[in-house]
Write a protein that binds this ligand. Sequence first.
Ligand code: BTN
Length: 254
Amino acid sequence: MVAALEGRAGGFALEIVPECDSTSSRLLETLPPDDGRIHVLAADRQTAGRGRRGRMWQSWPGAGLTFSALWRFAPSSLVPAGLSLVVGLAVARTLEDLGVEGVQLKWPNDVLIHGKKIAGILVELNSGRGRAPAAVIGIGINLNLPTGATVDYATGVTDLASCLAAPPGPNRLLAQVLVQLQTLLDVYAVAGFGALRGAWLQRNAFADLPVRIVGEALELAGTCAGVDEDGALLLLTSAGMQRVLSGEVSLRLA
Ligand code: BTN
C-alpha cells in the first residue's frame, strides 16, 4: 500500500476499517486535525453509505472501494468551484492508467465506462467552525458487483472486474486514486478548475448531445455545450446559453 503511494505516503493519514456507517459521515463528524496531510478513511463495508441527492450508496462485501478524504482548501475561496469535477477527473485518470477503455465523465462527477456508471463521488463542505475550510471527498468505485445487484441508475452500472482481466485489489487501487487526487488537487489549489477544464471536456460523456437537467425546482432541456471555468454545466437551450450549477443530467432521447 505504502509502496503504491509512490513516495507520497507522508502526505496522507490513512485509516482502513472493516466497517462503518459512512466514511464521509465519520470524517465530517470527527474532523481530523489540520496537520497538512490529507486524512483518508476507507471501509471494507459501509452500513449507511450516502450518495448524491439523498440517495444511498449500497455496498456488498468485496464489491467496491469506498473511502473519503478530507482536504483543506484556501480560506480565500468560499466555495471551491469545480472541485467535484476535479475528483471525477482523478478517478478517470486512475482507471485509464490501469488500461480501462471508454472512460467518460458525466457532469458533475459520475465516472462512466462506455456509458455505464463505475464510480460515484460526493463532495461535502464542512462549515469551518473557526478552522480552515474543508471538503470531505467521498468516492465509491465498483470493483466486483454481485450478479443480480440491483442499482437504480438510469445509466446502468459496471465494475472494474468487467473491464480488466487482472484488476488491482482495493488497497492498490486506493493508493493509485490517492496519488492522482493529490496531483490534481495541487494543480487545482494553485490554478483552479480552469487549468483542468480541457482534460475534463475531453472525457465529457454528453458533449454536444441533447440532454435534460433535472434540478431541485426546475427541469431544463438543451444541448450539452461543456463546462465553464467554474465547473458549471453549459446548456444551449432555445432561450440561449444557460449555466447550470446543480442537477442531474440525463440523455434526452429524440
Ligand atoms: C453518488 O454517485 O451518488 C455518490 C456516491 C458516493 C459514495 C461514496 S462511498 C464513500 C463515501 N461515503 C459515503 O457515504 N458516500 C461516499
